[in-house]
Design a protein around this ligand. Sequence first.
Ligand SMILES: Nc1ncnc2c1ncn2[C@@H]1O[C@H](COP(=O)(O)OP(=O)(O)OP(=O)(O)O)[C@@H](O)[C@H]1O
Length: 329
Amino acid sequence: MISARGLARSFTARGGRTVHAVKGVDLDVMEGELVGFLGPNGAGKTTTLRMLTTLLKPTAGEATVGGCDLRTDPIGVRRNIGYVAQSGGTAGDCTVAEEVELQGQLYGLSRSSAQWRGVDLIRQLDLAGLDQRMTKTLSGGQRRRLDIVLSLIHGPKVLFFDEPSAGLDPQSRANLWDHIRRLRSDGGVTLFLTTHYLEEADSLCDRILVIDNGEIVAEGTPDALKARVSGDGVAIQVGAGQALRAAEIAGTLPGAREVSTVDSTVRFRVPRGDTAMPELLRALDSAGITMTTVQVNRPTLDDVFLSLTGRSLRDAEEGAAGPRADARP
Ligand SMILES: Nc1ncnc2c1ncn2[C@@H]1O[C@H](COP(=O)(O)OP(=O)(O)OP(=O)(O)O)[C@@H](O)[C@H]1O
């Protein structure tokens, strides 16, 4: 449904500096898949999305979306896609029903089919009863769902979604995730979303592409990606002055690695944290070491990112949080 080869985009920043925002991305998304594009701020997610939705011309590479070529048939691409931008798409000065009807007409639907289809989508996205409300009075979650209605009004095959839950509270986020899952299972629409929330990618996506510095650095199902980081992370807390000896003991467990200590906390990785615990407890006990707490963590997508790039996704995000270079395309 989406296929890109060598897709790249550079910008000339103020002062003449060239920013290589996306550096030759290859990707394939099959019909009906829900694929997440995960990466820290500034990784190149939005730029890729804007290219795939014809809003930005690639500097190099090619792509087809819904069978239409990005360069030679951008109108065909637009007919096949819906796009929910990060900034949203509602105008504010009209009612929900008017906004939906207008959007349908902009896509060439007759007034009556825009209304008919709008009513159906408004109901699907749990906005029934709000159709006469001014859009500017909607809550963040309601507005996001209205954005989805607007993007689906013309019956697109592919829905592009930039940071679905940015700015939403946890409850609205969970509610939106339910709607996104339902869109895929009920409507058969192919979904491609960008996110820098690990939990969002993990919970929603069939497959994840991890992007960093404009390049795809990993790809797979959330489970397959996590399986690349072998072993569980274990953190134990021991009595004062006992951490070094406890670390030595932890290091003797079968398959133990990456053993480290900070104050009275000892961290390490083992193939199976749960099965390693009894042996560790026995060994610590016979050495007279008191263990006060224990935590066993399954690998996360952040661990995947860390093992691929040497830094945490969360740190990478914080590091990239500075102001964006202003530039001309
Ligand atoms: N118009 C532009 N001019 C100059 N640089 C740009 C422009 N648009 C994007 N960039 C730069 O390209 C890189 C990728 O930006 P992009 O918005 O695609 O990242 P992102 O992964 O979507 O980040 P975010 O999660 O913050 O939206 C960043 O370094 C950004 O500053």
